[in-house]
Design a protein around this ligand. Structure first.
Ligand SMILES: *Cc1c(COP(=O)(O)O)cnc(C)c1O
Length: 358
């Protein structure tokens, strides 16, 4: 820490993303990215005219992108906010709506960034424990007085909360905001977007990094009532008006419109997810019911942390959280058929070696 770091940030705990190692080729199943290419329309969107126009700033209102999202999702442009990844969208929403007095609630096992943003922005928070079976404690969140943040389906468990339960949390207290991070919603059966029409205290955040295979372009968006979106816009314009580049917007528009390709990808991932879950269960690993592009599993035969390290030595990256309640578990991204086979081969190699069979 330098002597110049603002006193505001002395407690900051930077978020630790999944390892990005480059010392050798890895089967990378630790950050829920995809090995599928983006929609073919993305390549076509990178035109000479776009490149020639890069001397100018992009539209700070992102109208073309918002129009595309609005059309595909059946909402209005005024209800859409776009950012440089949903991480930026979420960070802006935390900054816009939370203060340093009212605690924000989220589950104890969830996207770790919520805690980190609270720490960064000086917002107090309450971690509401998940139930024993790793489902969300809906009653506790209904009863909580302040704002609530949820990711649905939850990460890193992969478990989806029924939309009726989200609605109960939103409806319980119309005077507090609920933010639902739907990073993995395309892999599941239901979005809570329709609730935006009925409730003025709900913001739904989605990303193109996972289901649209565009983590490298990094674009995400929020949907909510116009008044909420206007507030976020004002905070964005007070910090970084040109947050979304022309390149990002162009590929985002192309990808969001290609719903046929999205469907194809979701089918392919669901098939591989079922395959991977079956294979892990066959090895007597516990596997939670996933509605995402990853599985959360408790290995047998070797402690999770050690298995994570051993897999890494064999060129396969998965995610382990050294954190209460889930230290015995691993989060494994659903890969391509080849990646999943490579993971299972490496897994068996670790387990055989552990019992002296190799
Ligand atoms: C991946 C992820 C994000 C971040 O997505 P970006 O759009 O790439 O910033 C946000 N929330 C959850 C729960 C995620 O898993």
């Amino acid at each position: 820490m330098s002597q110049f770091l603002s006193s505001r940030y002395t407690n900051v705990q930077p978020y630790r993303p999944g390892l990005q190692l480059h010392d050798r080729p890895y089967v990378k199943l630790n950050a829920n990215e995809t090995s599928l290419p983006p929609s073919p329309a993305v390549r076509a969107a990178l035109t000479d005219a776009l490149i020639d126009g890069l001397g100018r700033y992009a539209d700070p209102h992102c109208l073309a992108f918002r129009e595309a999202v609005a059309e595909v999702l059946g909402v209005s442009i005024e209800e859409v906010f776009v950012g440089n990844g949903s991480d930026e969208v979420l960070a802006i929403s935390f900054r816009t709506f939370f203060d340093d007095e009212t605690p924000v609630a989220f589950p104890d096992i969830t996207y770790n960034f919520y805690r980190d943003w609270c720490t960064t922005f000086g917002t107090p928070f309450t971690e509401v424990p998940l139930n024993e079976d790793f489902t969300v404690n809906v009653r506790a969140l209904e009863a909580f007085e302040g704002p609530v943040v949820l990711v649905n389906p939850n990460a890193p468990t992969g478990i989806a909360l029924p939309i009726e339960d989200i609605e109960r949390i939103v409806r319980a207290r119309p005077d507090r905001l609920v933010i639902v991070d739907e990073a993995y919603v395309d892999y599941s059966d239901g979005t809570c977007l329709p609730l935006v029409k009925r409730y003025k205290n709900l913001i739904v955040v989605q990303t193109m990094s996972k289901s649209r295979n565009l983590a490298g372009a990094h674009v995400g968006f929020a949907v909510g009532r116009k008044e909420l979106i206007d507030d976020m816009r004002d905070i964005k314009f007070s910090t970084n008006p040109f947050n979304v580049s022309a390149l990002t917007a162009a590929v985002g528009i192309a990808a969001v419109k290609d719903t046929d390709y999205l469907e194809q990808c979701m089918e392919a991932v669901a098939k591989q997810r079922a395959f991977l879950a079956d294979e892990l269960r066959w090895r007597r690993f516990a596997v939670l019911p996933s509605k995402t592009n990853f599985v959360f599993t408790r290995p047998v035969g070797m402690p999770a942390a050690e298995l994570c390290r051993e897999l890494q030595r064999r060129g396969v990256l998965v995610r382990h959280y050294d954190q209460p309640r889930i230290a015995d578990w691993l989060r494994i991204t659903v890969g391509s058929p080849e990646e999943n086979e490579a993971l299972l081969d490496a897994l068996d190699d670790c387990l055989f070696e552990a019992v002296g069979l190799r």
